[in-house]
Design a protein around this ligand. Structure first.
Ligand SMILES: Cc1cc2nc3c(=O)[nH]c(=O)nc-3n(C[C@H](O)[C@H](O)[C@H](O)COP(=O)(O)OP(=O)(O)OC[C@H]3O[C@@H](n4cnc5c(N)ncnc54)[C@H](O)[C@@H]3O)c2cc1C
Length: 503
């Protein structure tokens, strides 16, 4: 039952119903704002949209849920518990990495088990592993616990964090730092690939992302029964319960401003919605270059946005099979023969390579409800260059998909092609045209040091008063924990509705 108690309160418009927009809508409505969420698509979730076809349910994007306490907090803000709405289950092993020679590395919550995995692959690296885990914890305490929901719109905040940056070697890359602890090429990959999950290149992403090893072990890796879509629906329900209104099929064309202050939004079709505050969960590059195209900008000019580095693109193939593949784990990384050179192809040379490293998702390993009885639902994704590479995806999508199918057949899914009964693909073109992401980037701005914290577009817009940014392209960055945390920052920077009402 919507509580509706603040039906006349100051009005906030949230552009976009991705995880960032949903978390923002929940926080604002819980604080007494009257909230309208305007979403271009016909349903919520954004990257976490749900496709249903031929009896299969496919989560479009995020599947690995870490730091669940950030989600639990949203439910608590609304006076309820996550467990009353959703069955969030810990997954073990977290994921399995299959190297090109068929060796497997399994990641577990139990550190002793991971140490055994390290010993099996490279006994001489066990010491390094123990030291790496300590380093990961030290980084986690600063970069995640202290900095993740710290507003970074003041340069002084950046200066205050500089000693930590030097002490923890945040200026180095994840791959470089991991190399200090592991001699084995396989283990260097196993402990450095994580930035790829948020669009970063392990060869250049700040070593701060070494915190993931500790984050995973401290809070676990989880899966929402019913799929990530069930989590999205629960968050929509929370916001609606606090009186927020959702309008789907409502694309914002312009953020309206007057005297340097956001006054609302104008939708495609001309309707305007006035607001005291506008929160944009739309892609940050799109927000500044397209939604504020009529407003002069000092920092995030079109030229600066052109010079920025964008995350990689993704090719995603969703498919359902008429039999099960019980040997395939819930989360498997199926690696190819190259690591560093493949990363250079994707991020610096911007070439679509012939080989690939894949992430294979089989949610039906944990939750058979996503497919008809006796069947399996999958998606497989390959990191690819973003659209700046000029790849002709109209022509390349099908041969690329077929090459991935062959690779899966010769590795972990023999006979796959004979059993596919439904499928769809997503290419960087969909990220640009459906999700309005500049350059078809799957994770917005790349998480490089000079595009992080103060250097990233601020949560409190530096261009227009009354405009706030949440989501992957703003601080702290992409990934479900990151975008939920970006909305948490609103509590520090967005005024109480009573202050607006007083004028
Ligand atoms: C395939 C894939 C797998 C991933 N796997 C994981 C994972 O396992 N774990 C993890 O933590 N992260 C994962 N991620 C990253 C994570 O999904 C994203 O970083 C996060 O969901 C982004 O949320 P967001 O709120 O920033 O943006 P989005 O989800 O993109 O939401 C933005 C919303 O704004 C809407 N919008 C845009 N422009 C307008 C406009 N002009 N008017 C109205 N609406 C507009 C869009 O339609 C969209 O719904 C994955 C991402 C992808 C693509």
């Amino acid at each position: 039952m919507p509580d509706g108690s603040h039906a006349q309160g100051p009005h906030a418009v949230v552009i976009g119903a991705g995880f960032g927009g949903l978390a923002a809508a929940i926080r604002l409505s819980a604080r007494g704002w009257r909230v309208t969420v305007v979403e271009k698509l016909d349903g919520p979730g954004g990257r976490a949209y749900t496709y249903k076809q031929d009896g299969f349910t496919f989560d479009a994007g995020p599947t690995i849920i870490t730091a669940p306490y950030l989600l639990e907090e949203l439910f608590e803000l609304c006076g309820t518990q996550l467990s009353s709405h959703l069955d969030l289950r810990a997954i073990e092993p977290f994921y399995v990495i299959r190297f090109d020679d068929g060796t497997e590395f399994r990641a577990f919550s139990d550190i002793a088990k991971v140490r055994e995995e390290v010993r099996r692959i490279a006994p001489e690296d066990v010491d390094g592993f123990d030291r790496f885990i300590k380093a990961s914890e030290a980084i986690y305490k600063v970069a995640f616990v202290e900095m993740v929901d710290m507003p970074f719109h003041k340069f002084s905040t950046l200066l205050k964090s500089a000693p930590d940056l030097i002490r923890l070697q945040g200026y180095r890359s994840v791959f470089g730092k991991v190399g200090d602890y592991f001699g084995s090429e396989k283990l260097r990959i196993a402990f450095s690939f994580h930035p790829l999950l948020i669009g970063g290149n392990p060869l250049t992403t700040t070593a701060y992302y070494c915190l993931v090893a500790h984050l995973e072990r401290t809070h676990g890796v989880h899966y929402a029964m019913g799929g990530t879509g069930a989590l999205v629906r629960a968050l929509v329900g929370l916001a609606e319960g606090k009186g927020a209104r959702f309008r789907y099929g409502a694309a914002v064309e312009q953020i309206t401003t007057e005297g340097g202050r956001a006054t609302g939004v104008r939708l495609a079709g001309g309707e305007t919605i006035p607001a005291h505050a506008v929160v944009s969960n739309a892609d940050v590059g799109w927000t500044y270059s397209k939604l504020l195209s009529e407003t002069p900008r000092r920092r995030w000019t079109d030229a600066k946005l052109r010079r920025a580095s964008y995350s990689m693109g993704l090719f995603v193939w969703y498919f359902g099979t008429n039999r099960q593949f019980p040997d395939v784990y819930h989360h498997t990384m199926v690696l190819g023969p190259r690591y560093e050179e493949l990363l250079k192809d994707i991020f610096s040379r911007k070439e679509l390579a012939e080989d690939f490293s894949l992430y294979l998702h089989r949610p039906t390993a944990s939750d058979p409800s996503l497919a008809p009885p006796g069947c399996d639902a999958f998606y497989v994704l390959a990191p690819v260059p973003n659209l700046l590479a000029g790849t002709d995806w109209e022509a390349k999508a099908e041969p690329y998909r077929a090459a991935i199918a062959r690779r899966l057949e010769e590795t972990v899914m023999p006979g796959l092609s004979r059993h596919i009964v439904t499928q769809r693909v997503l290419t960087p073109l969909d990220f640009r045209d459906r999700l309005l992401s500049l350059n078809g980037a799957a994770f917005s701005l790349e998480p490089q040091l000079f595009q992080s914290a103060w250097f990233r577009p601020h949560n409190l817009s530096e261009e227009v008063r009354g405009l706030y940014l949440v989501g992957a392209g703003t601080h702290p960055g992409a990934g479900v924990p990151g975008v939920i945390s970006s909305a948490r920052i609103l509590d520090h920077i967005l005024p109480e509705p009573a202050a607006i009402a007083r004028g």
